[in-house]
Design a protein around this ligand. Structure first.
Ligand code: OFO
Length: 174
């Protein structure tokens, strides 16, 4: 049985992951709008991955005989100044999510909830990848600033990303 306090924070994290889904879906719509289909596809895959993260928390709470309570999802930003601006925002968001996960680990340890701590360790590793992936695209975008050909190449590269449940489970690089 899961403790009330932990259940509440895990439910809050479901909301954070669903907001992440919404944010990346909004970024996907932004990239479609500025005619960068590869960027849009990448963001769509990222959004699907966030939904899978939310569902991991969902199933974990139920497995521990807890109750899932869905909270309202706030509306995401809908426009960005440039692709780089959007990816910088994505990187910043992932740093924020890492912080949320770290706080959850602190709470699980403080409450001696080792099962929740073990469950969260997957997310600790995942966040290293999430931050690094967004940051790598920011760096590429800085390099090609003012070179439309470079932007075309990145769009092609990002368009190759495919969402698979295995990649959301961390079995494959994103
Ligand atoms: Fe769920 O990792 Fe990104 O936000």
């Amino acid at each position: 049985m899961i403790k009330e306090k932990i259940q509440e924070e895990l439910n809050r994290q479901i909301n954070e992951e669903l907001y992440s889904y919404y944010l990346y879906l909004s970024m996907s719509a932004y990239f479609e709008d500025i005619d960068l289909p590869g960027f849009a596809k990448w963001m769509n895959a990222q959004a699907q991955e966030e939904m899978a993260h939310a569902m991991k928390f969902f199933h974990f709470i139920i497995e521990r005989s807890g109750k899932v309570t869905l909270l309202p999802i706030k509306g995401p930003q809908t426009d960005w100044e440039s692709p780089r601006d959007a990816f910088e925002a994505a990187y910043k968001h992932e740093c924020y999510i890492s912080d949320c996960i770290n706080k959850l680990v602190d709470l699980a340890l403080a409450e001696s909830d080792h099962a929740t701590n073990a469950f969260l360790q997957w997310f600790v590793s995942e966040q290293v990848e999430e931050e690094a992936t967004a940051d790598a695209v920011v760096k590429k975008l800085r390099l090609v600033e003012g070179h439309p050909n470079g932007m075309y190449m990145i769009d092609k590269e990002l368009g190759a990303r495919i969402f698979t449940p295995a990649s959301a489970a961390g079995e494959e690089g994103a």
